[in-house]
Design a protein around this ligand. Structure first.
Ligand code: CAA
Ligand code: NAD
Length: 296
């Protein structure tokens, strides 16, 4: 973790609002605050806010313990963080970064409510993994030039990439400011076009889905599938462990976007993956997915 200043004439952003305090929203908010931005995180569910708060305290303390962050910088970051269960408290944000469930209806509903809260020239960004930015922007036609995809990676404090996706109406100025903001947050922005799954999940998610098929068809047991991909292909996590880490519900949502958007049955979510979601086994966030985390 590094600390730098939020004031930058290119992005012109000092105040960030994050919509959704789950694993991605929480991570984005943490990095924003450590990078010097006044940051407010909103979630509709009180349990999510409490969990996010506790995780921030834990991760900032760990950064200090490991010598990656001075105590004063951790305290300052914590001081820049505000948590809210009311969307209205995001009023005046120079950018709103949305990170709620991968569901187009839920996201559009929030955009309609959030657009009016932006500061003058404020940007509305979605952290969607796969949904069309052009489509999401139709919820807020009055500001579609200031609507953009800002796709962070999990865990946000660790992963260096932000995939930046322009919708059909996104302005060059919004794109340049978003890229500058990603840089100010210590990330590297790489552009991708507005196609289902963009680049990252067009490539990653079919591999994860295939690992579920391999398990379902008895090619190998889950731990062995992961071990083979870790040791044989140098992946830091096996695809099934990674699916648990991402969230199996999110994996299904992404496959559904790919299947519909690319109109090809080869992108259908594996029935076993869907079955685990139906059973409430969503991965790390529920304590059990492919693997059991209840003892951790
Ligand atoms: N939040 C914050 N920091 C975390 C973290 C979390 N959830 N999990 C791990 N870290 C940090 C640790 O604190 C540690 O930091 P230090 O180096 O400062 O000590 C560092 O990451 C390494 O962690 P560990 O030593 O505990 O474990 P590891 O070496 O196995 O690394 C990992 C963990 C970074 C998660 C690594 O396993 C990895 O890179 N996994 C693959 C992650 C990946 O592919 N992410 C992309 C998912 S796809 C996506 O995000 C897009 C989408 O739309 C679905
Ligand atoms: P998550 O399930 O951890 O968190 C989602 C949060 O949204 C929860 O805290 C929930 O309470 C909140 N929420 C749901 N409906 C809401 C509403 N109407 N108003 C306010 N808050 C609401 O999910 P996540 O993994 O953080 O994913 C969030 C977004 O980020 C999704 O679009 C996902 O595709 C994307 N994404 C996920 C990953 C990943 O690895 N998990 C990586 C990159 C992008």
């Amino acid at each position: 973790m590094t600390t730098n200043t939020a004031r930058n004439s290119t992005h012109n952003i000092t105040k960030i609002g994050v919509i959704g305090a789950g694993q991605m929203g929480g991570g984005i908010a943490q990095v924003a605050a450590v990078s010097g931005f006044a940051t407010t995180v909103f979630d509709a569910f009180p349990g999510a806010i409490d969990k996010c708060k506790a995780l921030h305290a834990k991760l900032l303390a760990k950064g200090v313990e490991k010598g990656k962050l001075a105590q004063a910088d951790a305290d300052a970051a914590q001081g820049r963080l505000t948590y809210s269960q009311s969307l209205d408290n995001l009023a005046g944000s120079d950018i709103l970064i949305e990170a709620v469930v991968e569901d187009i209806a839920v996201k559009k509903d929030l955009f309609r409510k959030a657009a009016g809260l932006l500061a003058k020239n404020g940007i509305l960004a979605s952290n969607t993994s796969s949904i069309s930015i052009t489509d999401l922007a139709t919820a807020v036609p009055e500001i579609s030039g200031r609507f953009i995809g800002m796709h962070f990676f999990n865990p946000v404090p660790v992963m260096k990439l932000v995939e930046v996706i322009k919708g059909l109406a996104t302005s060059e100025e919004t794109t340049a400011r978003t890229i500058a903001l990603a840089g100010a947050m210590g990330k590297t922005a790489v552009p991708a076009n507005d196609r289902p799954g963009f680049v990252s999940n067009r490539v990653l998610m079919p591999m994860i889905n295939e690992a579920f098929y391999a398990w379902m068809e008895g090619v190998a047991e889950p731990a062995h599938i992961d071990e083979i991909m870790k040791l044989g292909c140098a992946h830091p996590m096996g695809p099934l462990r990674l699916a648990d880490f991402i969230g199996l519900d999110t994996c299904v949502h992404i496959m559904e976007v790919l299947a519909e958007g690319l109109n090809n049955p080869r992108y259908r979510a594996c029935p076993l993956l869907k079955q685990l979601v139906t059973a409430g086994r969503l991965g790390d966030k529920t304590g059990r997915g492919v693997f059991d985390y209840s003892q951790k």
